[in-house]
Design a protein around this ligand. Structure first.
Ligand code: HEM
Length: 426
């Protein structure tokens, strides 16, 4: 049976329209208050690889914490401890997401454990094959990125966050799902409202219902007339001989909305910030494009857009010498693990030339980001476009106090630049 979303019904009272979900989300993430959580991560990590902490130690006083949030968690802070937790879904379940994001996504792969997770994931992977990604790069990602650059290229100056990195990933994921252009803005807003459910529950639930209505229209159209988009793949996919239910499809699409938009916007913003504030490395990249993959990887390690994810211990267990009781909530601290000084020399330094070692920005184990190759391709396309089309790109000398902010989701708010004005691409 289909899900009910009473809050989204037409009879519901309208929500006040001055609300800016993007601002609110960033405020709650502590973007203006928390600039650099890494010294705090380091202090904890040096004390013990896995330890019981109060979430307020990580979030600081700036971030409002809803009363229902469990504050006592076990933080896994080293690369080894975080990897051990992520690679063992039998000892560390993802079911806990059903109480947070599951309320608004529905039952998605994010909250599944094997063997259910394995079956669904194998099927959903069909939407992200190498062949499909090559086509999306040509037909969607390239045109979206260049279209945005066209809008400011003659000006010789721009703010790369609102004008490029913020809008491009959402246009890409909306296009891949098959969301009509006139709904892209709503889609973006609802995607952020979904993941705001922990502090704005009613809005989160309402966004979930609105996305359901939007996806439902696209799905019924694709059932009749398949196209080359993710919804068509899901409409015709089968699991153990039967088709995915509508609710399965909606849950996956709802997960894709923020997963596809929020993280990639932040990682590409962080990378451009890193390059623009490390001029000699940017110059080296301009001279030698073969450095692009390692520059993207280093950006993700140095400033991962999502610094922490959660798991729950299924029974009494031990990680890196620390005992955890059954039911313990584990904060897998990807940010701390990516700055583990036993793995990376001088870990707080951005260095595209450091030896490449697998980082945890995309997690690890069975839930390793399903959109990883898409995100890497999108970041490469945006970086190549910036290098090709914005000669002599540099920070606007009038800009002050530029920084990356936030605790769990991190990005700069603004990145004003100047460049030698070029021509709109033919
Ligand atoms: C740089 C950009 C990205 C980063 C850093 C990132 C990071 C992550 C992380 C850490 C997880 C694991 C969550 C957990 O297990 O708790 C994850 C899962 C996931 N991501 Fe991404 N992501 C990015 C881009 C994308 C994109 C572009 C998409 C899709 C269009 C996507 C789709 C997903 C999905 C569907 C999952 C769930 C996989 C599963 O549970 O098996 N992500 N991502």
């Amino acid at each position: 049976m289909a899900e009910q979303h009473p809050i989204a019904s037409p009879a519901s009272p309208p929500l006040e329209d001055k609300y800016d979900p993007f601002e609110e989300f960033n405020r709650v993430q502590g973007r203006s208050g928390v600039r650099n959580p890494y010294p705090q991560f380091e202090e904890l990590r040096t004390r013990c690889p896995v330890q019981k902490i109060d979430m307020r130690q990580l979030l600081g006083n700036e971030v409002p914490i809803p009363p229902e949030v469990v504050l006592e968690v076990y933080a896994a802070l080293t690369h080894e401890a975080a990897s051990e937790v992520l690679r063992d879904p039998h000892r560390f379940t993802s079911r806990g997401y059903s109480m947070s994001m599951g309320q608004v996504f529905g039952h998605s792969i994010l909250e599944m454990d094997p063997p259910e997770h394995t079956r669904y994931r194998a099927l959903l992977q069909h939407a992200f094959t190498k062949r499909a990604l090559d086509r999306w790069e040509r037909e969607l990602v390239g045109p979206v990125v260049h279209g945005l650059i066209d809008r400011f290229i003659e000006r010789g100056r721009a703010d790369l966050i609102p004008e490029l990195t913020f809008p491009f990933p959402v246009a890409v994921i909306a296009g891949m799902i098959g969301v009509p252009k006139d709904q892209h803005e709503n889609f973006h807003r609802w995607a952020v409202e979904l993941i705001s459910v922990t502090f704005a529950r009613e809005r989160g639930m309402a966004a979930s219902g609105k996305l359901r209505n939007l996806f439902s229209e696209i799905l019924s159209d694709r059932r009749k007339q398949p196209r080359d988009d993710i919804t068509s793949v899901l409409a015709h996919a089968e699991i153990d001989g039967s088709k995915l239910s509508d609710d399965d499809i909606f849950a996956f699409l709802r997960l894709l909305a923020p997963a596809g938009a929020e993280t990639t916007y932040r990682s590409s913003s962080n990378l451009l910030f890193a390059l623009l504030t490390h001029a000699s490395q940017f110059e080296a990249l301009r001279e030698d494009r073969s450095l692009i993959p390692q520059a993207i990887d280093e950006g993700l390690r140095w400033e991962c857009p999502l610094t922490g994810i959660m798991r729950i211990a299924t029974g009494e267990t031990e990680v890196a010498g620390t005992s955890l009781p059954a039911g313990a909530l584990v904060n897998v601290n990807l940010g701390a693990a990516n700055h583990d000084d036993t793995r990376y020399e001088d870990p707080d330094r951005f260095d595209i030339f450091r030896p490449r070692k697998q980082h945890l920005a995309f997690a690890s184990g069975p839930h390793t980001c399903l959109g990883m190759h898409l995100a890497l391709m999108e970041t490469r396309v945006v970086l190549e476009a910036v290098l090709d089309r914005l000669p002599n790109l540099r920070l606007d000398p009038a800009a002050s106090d530029l920084h990356i902010g936030g605790v769990i989701f991190r990005a700069p708010a603004t990145l004003p630049v100047q460049f030698d004005a070029g021509k709109v691409r033919a």
